[in-house]
Design a binder for this molecule. Sequence first.
Ligand code: 5RP
Length: 260
Amino acid sequence: MSGELSPIDTAKFVAAKRAVEFVQDGMRVGLGTGSTAAWMVRCLGELIREDGMKITGVPTSSRTAELARQVGINVVSLDEARWLDLTIDGTDEYDSDLCLIKGGGGALLQEKIVATASDQMIVIADPTKQVDTLGAFPLPVEVIPFGWQTTKALIEEMLVSMDVLGQQSSLRMNGDAPFVTDEGNHIVDLHLQRIGNPRQLSMVLNQIPGVVENGLFIDICDVVVIGHGDGRVEVTDINEGTHEEDRIEFVDTTNLFADI
Ligand code: 5RP
């Protein structure tokens, strides 16, 4: 693997690199899913290899578990860890209150459980994920396979009375077959364009029988680390009311792939 990164990968990498500075020796860390989170897992692997840091990781998907083991992280289940110091994950969208849409990678259920079981959730992203109003990215909803078409119809019926622009939904596919999550469920993507009241929508969605969880993360995330293609990073903490800018210096990333 080359050490040369595209601007978008540089943005993801520097966000991940800055976010792992929050990780301290001995911490139990929730490991998110997706391409940005994969950079974070590799950065943690580097801390373990080069600084001798001891970290216990709880992955949010089978994909992340595999990568975490490859880079040398001690992987345990959430039931073994019980509670986590920190979770670092990517996002599909975030707004100024750090409300998120997650689940583009289909891992929203484990991601939400793990993030909720953490003292702090840090989101890492490139600038394209920032929005004024959530909803341009289709909202993923995890549904059980039994009666999924009825559940999908109930969701669409409910959307008529919600503050959203679109009311269409689609079953996520994996080739010719429905996509299956790590928990054996399906994903219905809601094409809402604009979500006027994410809190209300999240509560109402989760009351529909057949819905397991939705991809709105509200009052879960505290800190966002935004990486830029030129190596700059911005760290915003909404609890502390702080905003810092920094720059990550790196020559190349070849060593991040040493064990992969
Ligand atoms: C997976 C997720 C991801 O965090 C989200 O889709 C962002 O992924 P990426 O970093 O690849 O853009 O929620 O379920």
